[in-house]
Design a protein around this ligand. Structure first.
Ligand SMILES: NC(=O)c1ccc[n+]([C@@H]2O[C@H](COP(=O)([O-])OP(=O)(O)OC[C@H]3O[C@@H](n4cnc5c(N)ncnc54)[C@H](O)[C@@H]3O)[C@@H](O)[C@H]2O)c1
Length: 249
């Protein structure tokens, strides 16, 4: 799918692994240049595309980082056509167990950093530019023990609609993907160790397999493409049917 944005440079946060890494690879294959942001080093970039990758290692929870990242993108590639807010952390506590520290940690990365990056991007983006937020299917349906995470992703869905309404008239689209359970480092340990979690997600997904990072990357690349040119303010669920209904088991 061909980039349609006025500028072929994209920021992808959380690009070191998982969904972010798969998204970076998809976007590079579609012709984008990518500012790959992560608190971990982004290593192993294909030599054929490394001249189109600028790796920025930073903690996005630091309030000064979002503006620095956007400035680096503009400084290095001359503009910004796409922002993918993907970096995120999970948290497994009920509402009553979530203290202020847990709440701040999750909101700072999953929502506040994404809001700040969105704001800074909008200040430099030209008409035709695109923003994709990586929310979660938990922005539309809850499970026990994911309170701050669920709230942070619901906030991101609200931000998606807000940006669509405010900036759509200027030709800037904002959409979100809402993945179900995707097998990545974020989910591997819990899937292995927690039978209840496996029951809710693995057995509860009416599809023969769990999600893969590339399933989400493909949806993000679609939303960033000309084929999605009239899609604005949409939450695209990528969950194998988990939110649609229960399995027969
Ligand atoms: N895996 C799933 O099942 C699933 C489901 C729904 C939504 N999501 C969302 O998708 C996104 C990616 O998830 P994933 O499974 O690929 O996770 P992951 O843990 O495999 O990768 C997340 C990446 O974000 C980076 N990151 C985290 N905090 C950061 C910070 N403060 N500053 C900079 N980088 C930071 C990590 O270093 C890591 O490389 C997250 O927002 C997550 O909430 C994942």
């Amino acid at each position: 799918m061909i980039p349609t944005s006025p500028h072929p440079a994209a920021i992808v946060t959380g690009a070191a692994r998982g969904i972010g890494r798969a998204t970076m690879n998809r976007l590079l294959a579609a012709g984008w240049s990518v500012v790959a942001v992560d608190r971990e080093p982004v290593v192993g970039i294909d030599a054929a595309t490394e001249d189109r990758v600028l790796a920025v290692q930073c903690d996005l929870a630091d309030p000064s980082m979002p503006s620095e990242v956007v400035a680096k993108a503009v400084g290095h590639f001359g503009g910004l056509g796409l922002l993918v807010n993907n970096a995120g952390i999970s948290g497994a506590k009920s509402v009553a167990e979530t203290d202020d520290g847990n709440l701040a940690q999750i909101m700072d990365v999953n929502f506040t950093a994404a809001f700040r990056l969105t704001r800074e991007a909008l200040r430099v983006m030209q008409p035709g530019s695109i923003i994709v937020q990586v929310a979660s299917v938990l922005c539309i349906r809850a499970t026990p023990g994911t309170s701050a995470y669920t709230a942070s992703k619901a906030a991101l869905a609200g931000l998606t609609r807000q940006v669509a309404a405010e900036y759509g008239p200027r030709g800037i689209r904002c959409n979100a993907v809402a993945p179900g359970l995707i097998e990545t480092d974020l989910t591997a340990e819990k899937l292995k160790s927690d039978a209840g979690h496996r029951r809710i997600w693995k057995d509860g997904t009416p599809w023969p397999r769990l999600g893969r990072p590339d399933d989400v990357a493909a949806a993000i690349a679609f939303l960033a493409s000309a084929d999605a040119g009239f899609i604005n303010g949409h939450i695209l669920v990528v969950d194998g049917g988990w939110s649609a209904g229960a399995t027969a088991a």
